[in-house]
Each structure stands twice: as structure tokens, then as C-alpha cells.
Write a protein that binds this ligand. Sequence first.
Ligand SMILES: Nc1ncnc2c1ncn2[C@@H]1O[C@H](COP(=O)(O)OP(=O)(O)O)[C@@H](O)[C@H]1O
Ligand SMILES: [Mg+2]
Length: 244
Amino acid sequence: MTLSTSAAASSTSSTSPLPAATAEPPAPVDILLKHRFPKRYRHPTLDAQLTRQRLTSEARALVRCAKAGVRVPGLRLVDVKQGCLGMEWIEGWSVREILGGGQEDDLTSDDDEDERVEDVGNDLGKMHTADIIHGDLTTSNMMVRLRTGDSAGANAPPFEVVLIDFGLSSASPMHEDRAVDLYVLERAFSSTHPVAPGGRAHFDLVLEGYREALERAPKKGEWDRVWKRLEEVRMRGRKRSMVG
Ligand SMILES: Nc1ncnc2c1ncn2[C@@H]1O[C@H](COP(=O)(O)OP(=O)(O)O)[C@@H](O)[C@H]1O
Ligand SMILES: [Mg+2]
């Protein structure tokens, strides 16, 4: 996959009249173009099918997440034929970069960081409530950016986390799928981001935010069901790692 940015004029509705010649042109906005190159090692028909599938899954999930109030890049362009997706450019860093790769001097923790990690859990809860499974929840697939003007309330924290990379996403209301999604993230946190002494485990914070989101959802008892499943998935994971 290749990523590139390009400055594109911000879109105006096709039904709106053309701006007067004297009006200021719309400010350019950066978009990210995600292009999946054909893989030579795959059969061309299968490759084309997979590319199309991932692209449409990603586009669909971005739209559904945005509707559910999950922070994701805005979708700007879909070209299935070229295997190309255009989305809002997120100016920032991945959570992986922010949390560090587990070096000694990365072991810092502060309340603000804890709150952002909890926000991630909240967004994941909203995402799952909208029946979207991410499919690849790692800290590289979460970006942190500075909040901009209108998204920042008076007391809003300066940073926010945006979920990206929905190419492996799917639509499912199953508790099992939700639990596996969470388990993948738990593994990602524990393998690359050890906790600062006295700090709280990142995944515990995620679960706190997640639980809140599920308890706010109209359907009751969802948190208990997902939690129970997560325990089962963890058990299976432990058994598998013991067998090798
Ligand atoms: N909307 C975006 N804005 C800015 N950077 C992005 C955006 N989407 C992806 N990236 C960057 O590109 C990297 C790879 O993109 P991603 O969608 O995760 O594809 P891949 O399937 O290769 O992991 C990300 O880890 C991130 O650093
Ligand atoms: Mg990725």
C-alpha cells in the first residue's frame, strides 16, 4: 500500500452556485491517498477481489463510524477501479510513537495521557455499538492530533485520538467478534508499551472507557456479555501460547 498526500480544494456541494469571480477560493485541505498496489504473488483475479473488498470495507466503516460519533478521518474519495481511497489527512503521530516502543525513558505516565487512552476505549465502545469490528486494533492504527478550533470546547483537552486503517473491518453484532477485537489491542499494548511504575495499564483504561460507552448504549447488559467473552478469548489465547 502507498500513502500520499495531496492538497485538494475543499469540496463544495454540486448543487451550490459557483462562487462569484471575486470570492476567495476555498482554502486547500490536505488529503491522504491510500493506494493498494497489485500484489504480484497473488492470482490477479483474487488480488483484484481482495483490494476491492478492503477498500469498500474501509470506506463503509469510515462513514458508519463518523455517523456513530467515532473519531475517524473524513472520507473524501473512493475509486474502486484504481484501488484508491482519499481521506482527511490527520496531522499528528501514531499512539505507538507517543507511547514509545517500550524504551526505559518512555515509561512516563500522566493523567492527560490516561484520559486520552480512556477516550480510545469510549470510541471503541461506540464503534462496536454501531456493529463495526475494526479487525486490526494496534497502536499504529490510532493517531493522536492536536484538536482544532471548532472541535475544542473551553475545557476540552488539547489532544484527541483518531482511529485509522479500517481495511480489515467488518460489520458484526457478535460479542465474540468484539471480544477478539479488544483482545488484539490488549496484546498490542502489553507487547509494546509497558506501564510506568505506579501507572495504570493502558488496556484497563481502554476497558473503562469502553464499559462507559456500552453502558450508555440503548441495549442493556452488553458490557457483561463482551467482558465474559473477553475472558474466554484470553483463556484460549493462553492455552494456544502454552501449546506453542
Ligand atoms: N488519514 C491519515 N492521516 C495521516 N496519516 C495517516 C492516515 N492514514 C494512515 N496514515 C499513516 O500511514 C500509516 C499506514 O496507514 P494504514 O491505513 O494504517 O495502512 P496499513 O494497512 O499499511 O497499515 C499509518 O500508520 C499512519 O502513520
Ligand atoms: Mg495500519
